[in-house]
Design a protein around this ligand. Structure first.
Ligand SMILES: Cc1ncc(COP(=O)(O)O)c(C=O)c1O
Length: 369
């Protein structure tokens, strides 16, 4: 496939921030502070302010951010953590990595977030945490999750990898739950130039523990209070993220405009289910995911025409080989399975043009009409 319409356009985005990034990288090189330092501290402060939480702790990736929250909360062997069946593998992998057991639940048929009724049924004495995933750029119904877990010693750990700038009833992730973890993987709404992530929380003690964990369990050089690992935000990435953060609201607004345009262009296509926004949510459209029965044929046509559409995600987590030991089989989570067969992520990013979107809509129309 020679791509004419990319899924995301990182080159165009780089052009906007190139001068700031070059100047910032020169500052880092001149100061020769290649771990930690002013750029990282400044970014953490700016991110916490943007997010509306007391603490942002930069780490090496979104996956590490999730794992470190679980470890900081002392979740481990014997504990269960409830995870939605449709997500990126990291949401559940971190649970297994800390020695706990991922317990999958199905997703709701409209927004594909963790189904709160299914969650209520799966809570048990070993449930230590629930991980709502703010999939595709909108927040899961946290107040419903909180209502179901209320009065029990169950933590809410939010996977906000895809929800940078998203709010529910005016508030970002990481406030209802113990903490939120986000990813700055390059294609995210706020993406670094490599791997990076952060933990967002109002809990000072949790933020402090995550910081210790990511720095070999050490607050003072060569004194190690606990076993940790090495997962710190790189100052060169902090420079990129600082430059991009000042533009994130504007980029998210451009994504909303593009999503509305798809809604208009695709609204009358037979058999195509458009994504819906949950009431009370400000969506940031990390992905624009339609659903249709002829998905594979349509995707093949888009690829032949140079349109880099994708699938998020083609195999639900309970059917992944990595979780074979849990003993799930096809049919266990029908909504996640049906959506995996029907979902199609259309290119959407701040630089997509109306012409490109019309071209994509035309191709879809030809295939489904
Ligand atoms: C929902 C979700 N969770 C977790 C992650 C893991 O983040 P990272 O790739 O930065 O480790 C990602 C992104 O890749 C994601 O989309």
């Amino acid at each position: 496939m020679s791509t004419t319409i990319p899924l995301v356009d990182l080159a165009a985005q780089h052009e906007e921030v190139a001068d700031e990034v070059a100047a910032g990288w020169a500052r880092v090189v001149e100061a020769a502070t290649f771990v930690g330092g002013e750029e990282v501290e400044a970014f953490e402060e700016e991110l916490a302010r943007f997010w509306g939480v007391a603490h942002a702790v930069g780490v090496g990736s979104g996956t590490d951010a999730l794992e470190m929250v679980l470890r900081a909360a002392c979740i481990g062997p014997g504990d269960e953590v409830v995870v939605p069946a449709n997500s990126f593998v990291a949401s559940a992998a971190v649970v297994a990595r800390v020695g706990a057991t991922p317990v999958f639940v199905d997703v709701d048929p409209v927004h594909l977030h963790l189904d709160v009724d299914a969650l209520a049924e799966r809570l048990g004495p070993a449930t230590a945490a629930v991980m709502p995933v703010h999939l595709f750029g909108e927040l899961a119904p946290l107040e419903d999750v909180a209502a179901v877990t209320e009065g029990r010693r169950i933590l809410i750990v939010e996977d906000a990898a895809q929800a940078q700038g998203a709010t529910r009833h005016g508030q970002a992730s990481g406030r209802v739950g113990l903490a939120a973890a986000t990813s700055f993987y390059p294609g995210k709404n706020l993406g670094a130039y490599g791997d990076a992530g952060a933990v967002l929380t109002n809990r000072s003690e949790l933020a402090e523990r995550v910081r210790l964990l990511g720095n070999h369990g050490s607050a003072t050089r060569y004194e190690h209070r606990s076993l940790g690992f090495n997962s710190r935000l790189d100052p060169l990435q902090a420079v990129v993220l600082r430059a991009k953060l000042t533009r994130l609201d504007q980029w998210n607004e451009a994504r909303r405009t593009a999503a509305r345009r798809y809604d208009e262009l695709l609204g009358d296509l037979p058999g195509v289910q458009l994504p819906a926004t949950r009431e009370g949510n400000e969506h940031v459209w990390h992905l624009y995911v339609v659903r249709m029965a002829e998905r594979d044929r349509v995707l093949a046509r888009l690829h032949r025409e140079g349109v880099a559409a994708g699938i998020h995600y083609p195999v639900p987590l309970h059917l992944q080989g990595a979780f074979r030991a849990l003993g799930h089989r096809t049919g266990d989570f029908p909504v996640a399975e049906a959506s995996a067969a029907r979902m199609l992520s259309l290119p959407l990013h701040p630089y997509i043009t109306p012409d490109q979107q019309e071209r994509i809509a035309d191709l879809l129309r030809q295939e489904v009409s």
